[in-house]
Design a protein around this ligand. Structure first.
Ligand SMILES: Nc1ncnc2c1ncn2[C@@H]1O[C@H](COP(=O)(O)OP(=O)(O)OP(=O)(O)O)[C@@H](O)[C@H]1O
Ligand SMILES: [Mg+2]
Length: 399
């Protein structure tokens, strides 16, 4: 068979997807079932600011476990704010920053400054200078900023709390003048906030919105709504949606549920059948890990991936639940050679391990005192090692 014929055949093969991009993580749904009251609360907290910007600022924290809709809720509010802005011209700006991607105070502040002045140079400024620049920009443009720091756990877990200290102190200093900066802080685990120093903590006020994990029936509603947009009408029935919701309800995680639906759809397409069957959902469950999403590896740097590969190979080789940092380092150096990469130094390696832990992919604990004294043990509690290894190797090939 000619290659072009294979392509033609695939192109014409039936699909369950009307528009699969509607199941992407980046897609912003038009409504958020079961988060209406939280959205109302968020709007209520910002109503004073929206009506009279400059007279008050607001600080709100949002917490909830993985996939409970924290980012979606905040972005939905951002959309409302922007729509309000276009009709009321209050010079309100919503800036949403993911702290996992922008890993330092400098990168975060630069992105905020960039929003107001896209010609800001990529380097050459200290965070303090950027903060000063932002102050001047807001003042000269008479602008008001709602700054969202999403996945803030990442920064707090890295012991870099100075950003929040700077921001809260800076906004506190505006108390007597025009108040231009409000904050929405998003964390998975609220305990991280308790690590802040007392003055920063108290300045965060008491506006907190907690998003509880979704129940199975709530997940069914979320899936149903998204399925209507992403799949053809006949492509999925309630039995399958219930099954997927049941699987995902263990963690109450909407992202996991949506990815299961997407994978199940892919299995249906592979079998060239017009609708998703329960068996496709079961197959999807076997290869979607709640922590290791399809876009997961793209968020890791090549060396983070090499470290992860070292951990996986180490655990596989010894069929062990835990491995040590020392062994991981040895294996990492070997893998670097395999991929023709210069190994990073010990302290950098340690940073990577901490970041992988932050992402929830590995766990670490201190061993009880053994022959070689205390050491850090690294485990991958509930990830299928072979699946991860295969995906990592495929991904590393692309670099
Ligand atoms: N109530 C909802 N209705 C519709 N879709 C939802 C709802 N809650 C979450 N989602 C969808 O589920 C996915 C995960 O949601 P989101 O990214 O907001 O979770 P999160 O709480 O920010 O998770 P993480 O802690 O991993 O950042 C997104 O695709 C989002 O659109
Ligand atoms: Mg999020």
């Amino acid at each position: 068979m000619l290659l072009s014929d294979i392509f033609e055949e695939e192109l014409r093969s039936p699909t369950v997807f009307r528009d699969e991009s509607k199941l992407n993580e980046s897609y912003m749904p038009s409504s958020l079932p079961h988060r209406t009251s939280e959205l109302r609360e968020l709007i209520r907290l910002f109503l004073g600011l929206m009506k009279n910007p400059g007279e008050m600022s607001q600080r709100v924290t949002i917490s909830g476990s993985i996939g409970t809709g924290k980012t979606a809720l905040s972005k939905c509010f951002g959309k409302i704010l922007e729509e309000y802005e276009t009709t009321h011209n209050k010079n309100l700006h919503y800036v949403h920053i993911n702290c996992r991607r922008k890993k330092s105070r400098f990168l975060i502040l630069r992105q905020v400054v960039f929003h107001f002045n896209p010609t800001v140079p990529h380097r050459g400024y200290s965070p303090e200078e950027l903060l000063y620049m932002l102050d001047c920009l807001l003042e000269s443009q008479n602008a008001h900023l709602v700054l969202v720091l999403d996945e803030l756990d990442f920064i707090l877990g890295r012991n870099d709390r100075s950003l929040l200290y700077d921001l809260t102190r800076w906004t506190d200093e505006q108390l007597n003048g025009v108040q231009r900066v409000s904050l929405i802080l998003i964390v998975r685990d609220r305990a991280y906030l308790k690590k802040l120093d007392a003055s920063t903590l108290s300045s965060l006020q008491n506006n907190h919105i907690y998003l509880a994990p979704y129940s199975a029936s709530q997940l069914v509603d979320i899936l149903q709504e998204r399925a209507t947009e992403a799949l053809f009408d006949y492509a999925v029935n309630s039995e399958v949606l219930n099954l997927i919701a049941d699987i995902a309800s263990e963690r109450g995680d909407a992202r996991f549920a949506l990815e299961l639906l997407w994978r199940a759809g892919k299995y249906a397409d592979r079998d060239r059948v017009p609708s998703i069957l329960p068996e496709h959902a079961r197959l999807a469950k076997a290869d979607v890990h709640p922590r290791v999403r399809k876009d997961f590896f793209h968020e890791l740097s090549p060396h983070q991936q090499l470290v992860l590969l070292a951990i996986i190979r180490q655990l596989k080789k010894h069929e062990a639940a835990y491995t040590t940092t020392g062994d991981v380092e040895i294996n990492y150096n070997v893998i670097c050679e395999e991929y023709d990469e210069t190994p990073r130094k010990h302290t950098q390696l340690w940073e990577y391990i901490k970041e992988l832990e932050q992402l929830g992919i590995i766990t670490t604990k201190i061993s009880s005192k053994g022959i070689r004294g205390k050491t850090t043990l690294i485990g991958l509690p509930d990830a299928p090692l072979s699946l991860l290894e295969k995906e990592l190797q495929n991904n590393l090939k692309e670099y």
